[in-house]
Design a protein. Structure first.
Length: 237
């Protein structure tokens, strides 16, 4: 069940965040404002008829920058999870390396979410019976499984010698199925960290995405070390 390892990942994530707090806060702010600023501009322009056409442009920029900067965050948190320091240039390099993959990843998630939503709406509107409830439960379970896979996706993609997205998704599915209780703990920790960060506001602003990136990277590296795929995730103290 790997409960001990799961708890170790949680505490290591908090420890890594504290030790690299200043550097992580900087890149987290860049990640946050890269999306918030274009959204704010789009909202402002929507109220100005003469430049209304510019509003969708900035909105699309925000939508594109979110996955691109998220990829950069996963790259720098991967370095931290390996026990290494990082520089802002690592964040920029991560965005440059994975920008188009991040857009495909984001688009893939949107398409999958729409597919699940369409099935959840279609069956109850066309049919009746207990089996319809079971179908709905099935699609909700599939969606939960997909969301859980995303915790592992970016760390696996970064660890691959050749960053192939389908391979990363396949391996993410394998890790979830191989250790469902461990994956359940990772989802639970993600929810707890996000909820606490959002409730306190400041942690969300300064380290919200960094926490998610560190949790995912530490979780994957722990599994890879457990399976003998890598010898050690980080240098021994």
């Amino acid at each position: 069940m790997m409960i001990r390892e799961a708890m170790g990942v949680f505490w290591q994530t908090l420890k890594d965040t504290w030790e690299e707090l200043y550097a992580l806060a900087i890149v987290n702010l860049v990640w946050l404002f890269a999306t918030l600023i274009p959204v704010s501009i789009a909202y402002f322009l929507a109220g100005v008829p003469s430049v209304l056409w510019l509003s969708p442009v900035f909105l699309l920029a925000a939508i594109a920058l979110f996955p691109m900067t998220s990829a950069g965050m996963y790259v720098v948190t991967n370095r931290v999870a390996h026990g290494k320091t990082f520089h802002f240039s690592d964040f920029v390099d991560g965005v440059k390396t994975y920008w188009w993959r991040s857009l495909l990843w984001f688009l893939g998630n949107i398409v999958f979410a729409l597919l699940v939503y369409a099935n959840l709406v279609f069956y109850p509107s066309q049919f009746e019976g207990t089996w319809v409830v079971l179908i709905g439960g099935f699609w909700l379970a599939v969606f939960a499984f997909w969301v859980t896979m995303q915790i592992y996706f970016w760390p696996l993609l970064i660890e691959q010698e050749v960053p192939r997205m389908l391979l990363a998704w396949r391996n993410a599915a394998y890790l979830v199925l191989a250790n469902p209780f461990y994956a359940f703990f990772m989802v639970s920790f993600s929810i707890v960290l996000f909820a606490v960060s959002a409730a306190l506001t400041l942690p969300l602003v300064f380290v919200g995405m960094a926490l998610m990136g560190l949790l995912g990277n530490n979780a994957v590296l722990t599994l890879l070390e457990k399976f003998g795929i890598i010898e050690e995730a980080r240098p021994k103290p």
